[in-house]
Design a protein around this ligand. Structure first.
Ligand code: SF4
Ligand code: SF4
Length: 265
C-alpha cells in the first residue's frame, strides 16, 4: 500500500445512507482506465459464479478450476473463492483489456460493481429481514473517478450497477457467513460441512447432481412445485441450497425440510 493510501486508510470513512450523494464517473477517458483491474483481491459471490460461468459457457467445475483460487475466510472459518489473477507483471484480472476495459462487463463480479462504494453493517439479522447497513466511499489514491462531475445518490449507484439484485440473491450466503462468524470460535464446522458449503455456494452443477441424482429427494418432503422450480432455475436452486445449509448447520427454518417417514416403520 502506498503512503498516500495508508494515510487514507487511517481516516475513518464517512457513513453514507442510500440518499447520500457522491461524485464519481468511470469511463474510457479517465487517465487511470483499467488501473483498478490489476493487483486486486476480488472475492466472488455465489451469484457471480453462476453468471460468469454462463457467460463463458463453462460448467461451474471448469470455471472454478480455471478462474478461481479457494481461500478460507479467517474470521468465519468458511471457504470462499477469489478471482485468479494472471501471472503478468501487473497481476491483471484475466478479463481486462487495455483499451476496451472489462471483457465481461455485463456479467462482472459484485465487487467490481460496488466500487467505489463499500458496505458495512451496524447489526444484521437476515432471519428477521432486518439490516442496518451503511455505505462509504473507498477512495484509492490512483482512482481519478472522484474528479468527475457526475453526481449519484448511493441508491442510484446501486441500481445502475445492478448490486440490488445481486445482494438479494446472495443474501442467504451472507446470512450463513454472519451466523458462523457470530458463533464462539470453539464451535467449528466439520470438514465435511465445509465441503458441503463449498459445493452448494460455488459449484452449482455439482449441487444439482447431488439433489437430483442422489437419494436427496427421497429424504425430504418437498412440494412438487418446489422440485420443478429448482430443477429449471439455477438461481432458485442456489437459494434453496442456502436454506438447506441454514437448516443443517444452524437448525433454522427446518420446517422447510421435513424428513420423510421411513416406509419400513
Ligand atoms: S472482472 Fe472486469 S471490472 Fe472486474 S476486475 Fe476484471 S476486468 Fe475489471
Ligand atoms: S481507478 Fe477508478 S476511475 Fe480509474 S478505471 Fe478504476 S474505477 Fe474507473
Amino acid at each position: 500500500m502506498s503512503d498516500e493510501n495508508k494515510r487514507a486508510a487511517e481516516i475513518p470513512p464517512e457513513q453514507l445512507s442510500l440518499k447520500s450523494k457522491f461524485k464519481f464517473s468511470c469511463h474510457k477517458g479517465v487517465k487511470c482506465f483499467t488501473d483498478c483491474c490489476r493487483g486486486i483481491d476480488i472475492m466472488l459471490t455465489p451469484y457471480d459464479i453462476l453468471t460468469m460461468r454462463k457467460k463463458l459457457d463453462l460448467t461451474s467445475e471448469e470455471f472454478l478450476s480455471v478462474f478461481t483460487t479457494p481461500q478460507m475466510l479467517e474470521k468465519a472459518d468458511m471457504p470462499v473463492v477469489t478471482l485468479k489473477l494472471l501471472d503478468d507483471e501487473r497481476k491483471s484480472c484475466p478479463f481486462v483489456e487495455d483499451k476496451e476495459g472489462c471483457a465481461i462487463y455485463q456479467d462482472r463480479p459484485t465487487t467490481c460493481r460496488y466500487y467505489p462504494l463499500g458496505v458495512g453493517s451496524l447489526s444484521y439479522s437476515g432471519e428477521q429481514g432486518e439490516k442496518d447497513e451503511f455505505f462509504f466511499t473507498v477512495k484509492e489514491a490512483h482512482c481519478r473517478g472522484f474528479e468527475e462531475d457526475k453526481e449519484w445518490s448511493v441508491a442510484e449507484w446501486r441500481e445502475d450497477q445492478g448490486v440490488d439484485l445481486r445482494d438479494e440473491v446472495n443474501e442467504g450466503w451472507l446470512d450463513l457467513m454472519v451466523r458462523k462468524k457470530s458463533l464462539p470460535p470453539s464451535m467449528k464446522l466439520s470438514e465435511e460441512s465445509k465441503k458441503m458449503f463449498f459445493m452448494v455456494c460455488y459449484n452449482i452443477d455439482k449441487f444439482k447432481d447431488f439433489v437430483f441424482k442422489s437419494s436427496f429427494l427421497d429424504r425430504y418432503e418437498l412440494p412438487e412445485e418446489k422440485i420443478q422450480e429448482i430443477r429449471n432455475d439455477d438461481v432458485k436452486l442456489l437459494q434453496f441450497g442456502f436454506q438447506w445449509l441454514k437448516a443443517m448447520f444452524f437448525q433454522a427454518g427446518q420446517e422447510k425440510f421435513t424428513v420423510k417417514e421411513s416406509k419400513e416403520s
